[in-house]
Design a protein around this ligand. Structure first.
Ligand SMILES: O=C(O)CCC(=O)C(=O)O
Length: 254
């Protein structure tokens, strides 16, 4: 469980690294499932934006009680899982993730999501750990992004340079099995992996159910932002409680 200090840090900084580690046996299971995913879909060797669309086995990790308990402490008792991605960053060729806010990409209104980022390998400065700008979530608004379709990036919406100062960046260095949690408005990104060590990171995206997953907005975002992975067909998985909005569509999609 998160301590009061953890919760205060999340509110103040927009992220927290709890005193928690997944057992090595779970990490080995995740690695094995990821290897299988890559064997079947080699195009995702570096980055898979929508893991559950290809293999619902990964839902097991989203349901780990200790993780769900921490998310409940942040989002409250009613929330759903709406996506999971794998930022795998293989040795020497893992792509950079541009500075961005997650909310820029996602069709959730009001904008809300807590991401759990699992270090499937040790994540260091050298292999391209997640980097964040502390407290950048506090304005609760999206800053200006522009489109960058460079093929050496995982994502194509990049924060405009005047919106942040890289000098303020904090490296989230994690041991294998550690997790970080971050807010949907937090400015973050990561460098390419040019090191000999792979840096696999798995994300779990949870939204409170007083927000709505707006599939029409998702379609418009996909078109307007030319997103490689549109979210109109994400399946929502209720994790705890009920749908407070009454407007979320939980039908299973392909
Ligand atoms: O793992 C990374 O390098 C980037 C992750 C990210 O952008 C995210 O979790 O939203």
């Amino acid at each position: 469980m998160l301590t009061q200090a953890n919760l205060a840090a999340y509110a103040e900084n927009g992220y927290v690294i709890p005193d928690f580690k997944l057992p090595m046996s779970t990490i080995e299971d995740i690695r094995r499932d990821h290897d299988k995913l890559i064997a079947r879909h080699p195009q995702f060797v570096d980055y898979c934006p929508t893991v559950l669309a290809y293999d619902t086995t990964f839902l097991n990790y989203a349901r780990i009680p200790a993780i769900v308990d921490m998310v409940e402490q942040i989002l409250g008792p009613n929330f759903a899982l709406w996506n999971s991605s794998f930022f795998a960053k293989p040795a020497f060729k893992g792509r950079k993730t541009p500075w961005h806010q997650d909310g820029e990409y996602w069709p959730i209104r009001p904008i809300a999501t807590c991401t759990v980022w699992i270090a499937v390998d040790a994540s260091t400065r050298e292999n391209g750990c997640l980097r964040i700008i502390k407290g950048s979530h506090k304005a609760r608004r999206l800053f200006k992004h522009s489109r960058n379709d460079a093929t050496n990036l995982t994502l194509n919406q990049e924060l405009q340079p005047e919106e942040y100062d890289e000098k303020d960046a904090v490296d989230l260095v994690l041991e294998t099995g550690q997790v970080s949690l971050h807010d949907v408005f937090l400015v973050h990104g990561s460098e390419a992996n040019t090191s000999p060590n792979s840096r696999r990171g798995m994300t779990l995206r949870y939204m409170p159910t007083d927000s709505v997953f707006d599939r029409d907005l998702a379609r418009r975002q996909t078109e307007e932002k030319k997103l490689a992975a549109g979210h109109a067909d994400r399946t929502l998985y209720l994790m705890r409680g009920r749908d407070l909005s009454g407007r979320n569509d939980f039908r299973v999609r392909l």
